[in-house]
Each structure stands twice: as C-alpha cells, then as structure tokens.
Design a protein around this ligand. Structure first.
Ligand SMILES: Nc1ncnc2c1ncn2[C@@H]1O[C@H](COP(=O)(O)OP(=O)(O)OP(=O)(O)O)[C@@H](O)[C@H]1O
Length: 327
C-alpha cells in the first residue's frame, strides 16, 4: 500500500475542529478544521504572522483554543502519553555547553523506551566529530540537526516540526527531507511548517495555506498547483537590456527588470514561435523557457489576493523550468 493510501485508511492522529485563537484583539487562528493521519506529511505554509506557530501550539496543547477543540489520538493533547508525540519548536535553544550526543542522550533519558542515541545521531547526519562538539560551537545547520534529533528520540507516532530546515544548507535540507520521508513511510504522522515552497512540494502529501489565521487552501500540492497556480509561462532573458519590443512579439507579455520578459498562457508552439521571432529580429538571448507553475505561484497568487503585497511583488521566480533552450 502506498504511503498516501495508508494515510487515508487510518483514523486521524490529530484533529482540529473549528479552532480559534485570539490574543486580545488579534485573531491568530480562525475556525481552522483539519486532520492528519498516520503516515501523512501535512505541510503548513503562509506568510509571517499567518498563525502557523500558534496553530502548532494549539495542536500540541501548549496553547489553549479560545474556541473549538483539538484531539490527539482521540484525547486532549495535554493528556496524550508524551512518548507518542514530539514537537520541534521554531525557537528551541538547548543547553549550549553540552555536546550533540549529550543533548540527544539527555532527551532520550526522558522516555521509557527511546531510540538508540547513535542511531538518532546517524539519522540526522551528525558524525562522531559533530556529536562530540559543544552545541555552542556547532554551525546553525548542525545545531538544527541536533534539535531534530532531540525531537526524534522518543520515536513519536506524531511529530510536529516548526520550520525544521531553517538555517540548514541545501544538502543538509535534503538529508532532513529524506529523514521525514522515511519517518512517514514508517507510519509517523508529520505536521511541519516551512517557508520553503520546494520543501512543502517535495515532502507534503497535503499542504494547508494559512493566511491571516485562516486555512484558505488545503490539498495535495499537485492539485493546488493545477487549480490555483495559474498558466504555464514563457520566459525570455535577453543578453542586452530592453532588447525586446513587446509590440512586435508574437505573444502578449510583460517585462520584469531590464532583461526578463514573461508571456502568459504559453505552450510549446509559442516557444517555437518566440525562438523564430528572436532569430528573425536578431535579438540575442540567454534563455528561453516554458515555466510551469509551482506551489510558489499558488502562494504568491494567494498572497496577492489577500493584499500581502510585499510578498506578491517579490518579482518573477527564476527562469529555470522545463523545455529550456539556452545559448
Ligand atoms: N503570545 C502572543 N501574544 C499576542 N500575540 C501573539 C502571540 N503569539 C502570536 N501572536 C500574534 O498572532 C499572530 C500569528 O503569529 P504566529 O507566530 O502564529 O505566526 P506564524 O505564521 O508562525 O509566523 P512566522 O512565519 O513569522 O513564524 C501574529 O499576529 C502574532 O503577532
């Protein structure tokens, strides 16, 4: 059975029903309902201040909902056996003079039947040297790996990771992805927050987009991209500034900066037509590519709809895409 099928066939590890959290006049989470099943990775994404950490707090029992209810394995989150659940908070600052190994051992000592410390260190990619180094002398990425290790040591059935890969280099991030994948394959339910859309797209079986405390989109990343990502675009980067006359191109488009142009709702025929046009007009280009929408487009479209202008105006993503032609 696939991981997704397994996730669908079991009862939820965590359920939120119409949960609301208010701090004074600020509504941080409004009427959120969701469930996450065994073996499922649920990715929470949204702008800063959208309410992701507050929602994690509500799901784990460190915050009390103003309205609504949360159940973890059918119980109140505070009543659940702590061996079954683990949380890596966004701000987690363990004792800085202890080594990675000592810290993971310390957390192992809190549980009756922890994972072997060496196995945990190995799984988070800390070698013997790193494990013997004081936490304060590790790099930010290595520190985060120690923290992920501490969160895994009780072999939880339900794992919350609040921005697990922030500060980790791209190779280290891949290691954490592999780890999360293997945990979910083994049946762990994982809820994670991230600002990396590629991370959500890679890891999550379902993604929830939170904005202004509201869960406005939920679904498998591919479905969300198909429904809300917009059209495939043709992207052109010219060698010289403002080299394209948009009135003369075979498609309607826009210029971004001096070198980049985007043409919307484009297909392979348009790519050919554009290449012909560039050659006929003798316009030198660095790149012409068809760019399929990604989860980032879903996010940016939503942010722009909701008036989070600073995010939406971050400009076009890079030209990397499919059907790329470079010269
Ligand atoms: N303890 C608190 N008291 C008052 N307001 C709070 C408290 N915690 C969070 N808030 C407010 O609730 C809203 C949601 O904050 P939250 O930290 O949950 O967002 P987030 O999506 O996790 O943000 P980020 O991506 O920046 O971590 C924000 O407006 C924040 O200022």
């Amino acid at each position: 059975m696939s991981r997704h099928a397994a996730a669908e066939s079991t009862r939820p590890a965590v359920t939120a029903t119409a949960v609301r959290k208010q701090y004074g006049d600020t509504v941080a989470v409004r009427d959120v309902s969701l469930d996450v099943r065994k073996g499922e990775v649920f990715g929470l994404i949204g702008p800063n201040g959208a309410g992701k950490s507050t929602l994690i707090g509500l799901l784990t029992g460190t915050r009390v909902p103003t309205e609504g209810s949360v159940r973890v394995f059918g119980e109140s989150p505070t009543a659940v056996d702590r061996s079954r659940m683990s949380v890596l908070p966004q701000e987690f600052s363990p004792h800085r003079r202890l080594t990675g190994r000592e810290l993971v051992s310390y957390y192992a000592g809190l549980y009756p039947d922890p994972r072997p410390v060496d196995e945990v260190l190995d799984r988070v990619g800390l070698d013997a040297g790193d494990a013997a180094t004081a936490y304060t002398d590790l790099s930010g990425g290595q520190q985060r790996r120690v923290c992920v290790g501490a969160a895994l040591v009780n072999d939880p059935e339900l794992l919350f990771l609040d921005e697990p890969t922030t500060g980790i280099d791209p190779a280290g991030r891949r290691d954490v992805w592999d780890l999360v994948d293997s945990l979910a394959d083994g049946g762990t339910a994982v809820v994670l927050t991230t600002h990396y859309m590629a991370e959500a797209e890679h890891l999550a079986d379902r993604v929830g987009l939170l904005t202004d405390g509201e869960l406005v989109r939920v679904g498998p990343p591919r479905d969300l991209v198909e429904r809300f990502g917009g059209e495939t675009r043709l992207a052109v980067r010219t060698e010289r500034p403002r080299a394209l006359d948009l009135d003369a191109t075979p498609l309607d488009g826009r210029r971004y900066g001096d070198y980049e142009y985007r043409f919307f709702d484009a297909g392979p025929d348009d790519l050919t037509a554009m290449l012909d046009h560039l050659d006929a007009a003798d316009i030198a280009y660095e790149e012409v590519s068809l760019v399929r929408p990604t989860l980032e487009d879903v996010y940016l479209n939503l942010a722009s709809e909701r008036g989070h202008g600073c995010i939406a105006s971050a400009g076009p993503a890079g030209l990397a895409g499919n059907a790329e032609v470079t010269r």
